[in-house]
Ligand binder design. Structure first.
Ligand code: ZN
Length: 305
């Protein structure tokens, strides 16, 4: 008998789902708007319809869910997703599980899902310890250490986005000062550029000015490159990582791959090592939903991580 699983990726504005078989082959993938402002029951209905739509007449053995924020397993609850309050309503995950019962539902952070998906897409066998970073509306990250996803005892491990790189620095949306997210997310680039020269632009527009050698844009991206290099060097120094993978909308800018590796590699401490690569996510925007489905495949004993 062939086994099928469903992966669900809960995004800020969209929900995506896929159907995979036991060999990780994708048979269908669809996305819809979450319409989160209509409340928890509405979002749960949307998820159930989407699962029905991708699975069709095939019966699935488990469902994996990737979500912003941190999933605390002992409480069956998601914490810390300020952009998507509906997901951290208490009762959201229990209610979804009840509707899907007796099918097992596995939940994890979206950056952890990205890390697992990208690890299997391009790293396994070559590297054993990597960090995957989502650069988008926020900055999230997930860790695979010694071929295993690292969640930590409460599920909050690997959150480099809220590591402070300047304790007198910019105020982050989490309330702390100098978080990586307060500098390197898409909206943070827009805010920093506005503070520099009074222009309100999206990061892609600022990058175009950078390519045209405009001085404020050069100043902004020079600082971003330095901050990213310092941040990733900190992570490598702490965890002895072998590679860093970037995903999310902001990761599409070539500057990160051209300028950050040399700077970062010059900041590494201690042991002699090969230079650490910064890699672009291979699966593009499919990584999150595939990683969520991998949680389900692991539950069935078809994957190990
Ligand atoms: Zn923060």
């Amino acid at each position: 008998m062939r086994e099928y699983v469903v992966g669900v990726d809960l995004g800020g504005t969209k929900i995506e789902a896929c159907l995979l078989d036991g060999q990780r082959k994708c048979l269908d993938r669809q996305r819809v708007f979450s319409e989160a402002s209509k409340g928890m029951d509405h979002v749960i209905d949307k998820i159930l319809h989407l699962i029905q739509a991708v699975s069709g007449n095939k019966s699935y053995a488990a469902v994996g869910v990737g979500t912003p924020g941190t999933f605390v397993e002992t409480e069956d609850r998601i914490y810390g997703s300020p952009h998507t309050p509906v997901y951290h309503t208490s009762g959201f995950i229990p209610s979804l599980k009840k509707k899907l019962s007796p099918c097992p539902v596995l939940v994890d952070n979206d950056a952890n899902c990205l890390a697992v998906a990208e690890f299997f897409a391009g790293c396994k066998g070559k590297y054993h310890s990597v960090m995957a970073v989502i650069l988008g509306t926020g900055v999230g990250s997930g860790l695979v250490l010694n071929d295993r996803l690292y969640r930590g005892p409460r599920g909050g491990g690997g959150e480099i986005g809220h590591m402070s790189i300047d304790f007198n620095g910019r105020i982050c949306e989490c309330g702390r000062r100098g978080c990586v997210e307060a500098y390197l997310s898409g909206p943070s680039h827009s805010r920093r550029f506005f503070d520099l020269c009074g222009q309100k632009l999206q990061i892609q527009e600022i990058y175009k000015l950078y390519q045209e050698q405009k001085s404020y844009a050069i100043e902004l991206f020079t600082e971003s490159v330095k901050m990213m290099g310092e941040t990733f060097a900190n992570a490598v120094n702490v965890l002895d990582l072998e590679a860093i993978i970037l995903g999310g909308g902001v990761s599409n800018l070539p500057i990160w791959y051209e300028n950050v590796p040399r700077l970062m590699n010059n900041l590494l401490f201690g042991v002699p090592r090969d230079s650490i690569p910064i890699l672009k996510a291979k699966l593009g925007d499919s990584a999150g939903v595939f990683g969520a489905a991998y949680l389900a495949l692991r539950e069935l004993g078809l994957m190990e991580f």
